[in-house]
Design a protein around this ligand. Structure first.
Ligand SMILES: [Zn+2]
Length: 317
């Protein structure tokens, strides 16, 4: 059960036992750091409660109607949850469910409830209708009033292990980063994804800067091929590559380093304005071709070769 959620064996056991035995509590509080699967499990839990097969099967009529019925509400606050937001819930929660025999409310970022909002919710917690199940999800348990906490079943979510984080990447079809990066994520899949993304960008940018520098300095076919292979490696991010390339051409034309776009590096390559303009033209036409889904490989190779030729013309003249 709950296969879609990685890790969290204990919460899964507690919840599946509750569903299996039919002894559901009216209020649950899922807590633990962000990015460990609390909201995903809350939704799977809610689905399993109404599912005809009690398994969030995804195929029964209850699962099919899960997101469209008024019997289920998933509340994802943008900023704070005000007392009037909660009053809306409390006024409808006492109306019997329409489709299912349960009415379920999942409130994510429940710590965004103001104190007044929490006090309004407390009234429901004190006298819940028999069919209601409320799941509060929070990464910040200390913001929830003790009176609320004492009336709900508290379920703690642990940080994910390295192996579980790797599984998150695998399931998303993303390349699995090295252990060093994963351990810096402190067990949070969200943080690991963000780190991997920024790390990936950083190393891509470093490679590209070094290879463009070589092209601008040495100007042989070898450098063209090396850059071409960068474009193949990072094909998915070609627009980011293009931006870096374009900014380096610009930096090659400014004499004052403080005007450079890439202020974090010492670029120290200069090009005559005429050459830079020719390279800009090649880059612009490459962007047009690639944006229009033109042939990638040939487009990139042609552009890089032309850029190399422009550089060499400058050397001859
Ligand atoms: Zn189902």
């Amino acid at each position: 059960m709950f296969e879609r959620v990685i890790g969290q064996q204990l919460p899964k056991e507690i919840l599946s036992t509750a569903i299996g035995s039919g002894k559901l509590s009216h209020a649950y509080i899922f807590y633990g750091q962000s990015g460990v699967g609390k909201t995903t499990l809350a939704i799977e839990f809610a689905k399993s409660i109404v599912c005809r097969n009690h398994s969030a099967c995804g195929t029964c009529d209850a699962c099919q109607q899960f997101f469209s019925t008024s019997d289920v509400k998933i509340i994802r606050p943008q900023k704070s949850i005000s007392v009037s937001d909660i009053r809306e819930i409390t006024s409808e929660i006492y109306l019997k469910p329409f489709l299912f025999d349960k009415k379920i409310y999942v409130i994510t970022d429940a710590d965004k409830m103001t104190v007044q909002a929490q006090n309004a919710l407390l009234k429901v917690f004190e006298e819940p209708p028999s069919y209601a199940v409320i799941v509060l999800v929070t990464s910040n348990l200390s913001m929830i009033l003790p009176t609320i906490l004492s009336r709900g079943v508290q379920i703690r979510f642990s940080p994910l292990s390295l192996a579980e984080l790797k599984l998150c990447f695998q399931n998303e079809g993303k390349p699995i980063p090295e252990d060093g990066l994963l351990s810096r994520a402190n067990g949070s899949a969200t943080r690991a994804f963000a780190l991997a993304e920024s790390e990936g960008y950083r190393s891509m940018r470093e490679t590209l800067i070094s290879d463009i520098r070589l092209l601008f300095q040495k100007r042989t076919t070898k450098e063209v091929i090396r850059l071409y292979s960068d474009f193949l490696t990072y094909q998915e991010e070609w627009e980011a590559l293009w931006d870096i390339f374009n900014s380096l051409v610009y930096d090659s034309t400014v004499s004052d380093p403080s005007l450079c776009k890439n202020t974090d590096i010492r670029w120290e390559v200069s090009l005559p304005v005429g050459t830079a303009e020719n390279i800009y033209k090649e880059l612009r036409s490459l962007k047009q071709k690639l944006s229009a889904n033109g042939a990638y490989n040939i487009g990139v190779l042609t552009a890089l070769t032309s850029i190399r030729n422009h550089l060499n013309k400058e050397r001859i003249s």
